[in-house]
Design a protein around this ligand. Structure first.
Ligand code: ADP
Length: 375
């Protein structure tokens, strides 16, 4: 597929006149950062909140201009009103509070009452990162820990669906949000705060503000572990997380295909660069267990992630089979660790959770843990 060029998008947008018919969207500085995910292009146009409804045709014109570019499969264009909060805009995250003065040993302020914060990340989308994050969180809970799950994938929040949760979180004191709860874990997601169909686009500072809010203005405590489902790739959200809170470590989810591993390596390198220990790699969709005959097929040349982990000197945390029942339970909001806690798949996730638990506890009290390499 032809990759989409940011400059080509901007060139198209220079053909779209500004809200008052003068200049163009680009020369007036109204276009946000442009996010390109595969064939999907997302950006926002900054407008006066009071005129958001009247400027709908402008939004449509901009979307149509970009949609016409080769390689563009879909566009998500929204009008945002940066200061006043516009009718057409998603509820803008409240400005982040100034960081509290107390800092941890790493120099970053922790979250009071929350033990370890771990990030579950992947180099690219669609590898099963969210499914893995949810089941790891439930596995940690099954191992007796108090667990929270923060869906930091603000571009495509999936935790509400995966946990079968809907509705809006309540506020406790007009400011702090009460996390939602499912299967004994606490959860927070942008998906609870905006309508599912609301197209969202985030500028760098908005990403930071939204994530900071979900970390610091949610009543998480008391928690032993907060599992953060990161957006795929290496962008603003990853940097925000690494900069804002002391991460105990990152878990990288990868499929066995080489391509995914190349992406996973990028994720790994990024966490290392920002001094976040990599707790290990999980190989998802590792092998296929036939539901009829019980036979096992290594359809994606299974084992790639284990070798790669060895080569890169990071622990290998385990392999999760490609199995219809994982997909079905996950998509139905009944994750397998909760819905079939005694089955073989739940055991796989619980074992991975045990290794993670051991790694964040420094290996104490657990069975032989993989090597933990902290650069
Ligand atoms: P990501 O967060 O990486 O985008 P998801 O967790 O949303 O990926 O998973 C993508 C799709 O793959 C979902 O439909 C999910 O149910 C399915 N899936 C994830 N892991 C597995 C697995 N081990 N076996 C079968 N289906 C899986």
């Amino acid at each position: 597929m032809a990759s989409i060029d940011r400059d080509a998008i901007l060139a198209r947008l220079t053909d779209v006149p500004g809200p008052d018919g003068n200049g163009n969207l680009v020369s007036l500085g109204l276009i946000s950062d442009i996010v390109i995910h595969g064939g999907k292009v997302m950006f926002s146009i900054t407008v006066d909140a009071a005129r958001a409804n009247a400027l709908e045709p402008l939004r449509e014109q901009a979307a149509a201009a970009v949609q016409a570019l080769p390689g563009v499969e879909s566009t998500l264009v929204i009008l945002t009103a940066e200061r006043k909060g516009g009718a057409g805009a998603p509820p803008p995250p409240r400005p982040a509070r100034p960081a509290p003065p107390a800092t941890s040993a790493s120099g970053k302020p922790g979250i009071p009452g929350v033990g370890a914060i771990i990030a579950v990340a992947s180099g690219k989308g669609g590898v099963g990162k969210s499914t893995t994050a949810v089941n790891i969180a439930l596995g940690l809970a099954a191992n007796g820990l108090k667990v929270g799950l923060l869906d930091a994938d603000i571009y495509g929040p999936s935790v509400p669906r995966l946990l079968g949760l809907s509705g809006k979180p309540e506020t406790q004191d007009g400011r702090t949000l009460k996390p939602m709860e499912a299967f004994g874990i606490k959860a927070m997601s942008m998906g609870f705060l905006v309508e599912e169909e609301t197209p969202m686009i985030w500028r760098g500072p908005m990403v930071m503000s939204a994530l900071t809010q979900m970390l610091r203005e949610v009543a998480w405590a008391p928690l032993d572990v907060l599992v953060v489902d990161m957006p795929p790739g290496t962008g603003d959200a990853q940097l925000t997380m690494a900069q804002q809170v002391p991460l105990a470590g990152a878990v990288i989810v990868s499929t066995p295909q080489d391509l995914a591993l190349i992406d996973a390596r990028k994720g790994l390198a990024m966490f290392r660069k920002v001094d976040v220990p990599v707790l290990g790699i999980v190989e998802n969709m590792s092998y296929f267990l036939c539901p009829h005959c019980g036979g096992r097929s290594d359809i994606f040349s299974h084992g790639g992630a284990r070798h790669e982990a060895e080569r890169l000197g990071v622990p290998f945390l385990g392999e999760v089979p490609l199995d219809l029942v994982i997909r079905e339970t996950s998509d139905a909001g009944r994750p397998i660790v909760a819905s079939a806690p005694d089955g073989p798949h739940a055991r796989v996730y619980r074992d991975i959770a045990t290794r993670i638990g051991a790694a964040i506890a420094g290996g104490a009290g657990a069975r032989p843990a993989p090597r933990i390499v902290i650069e």
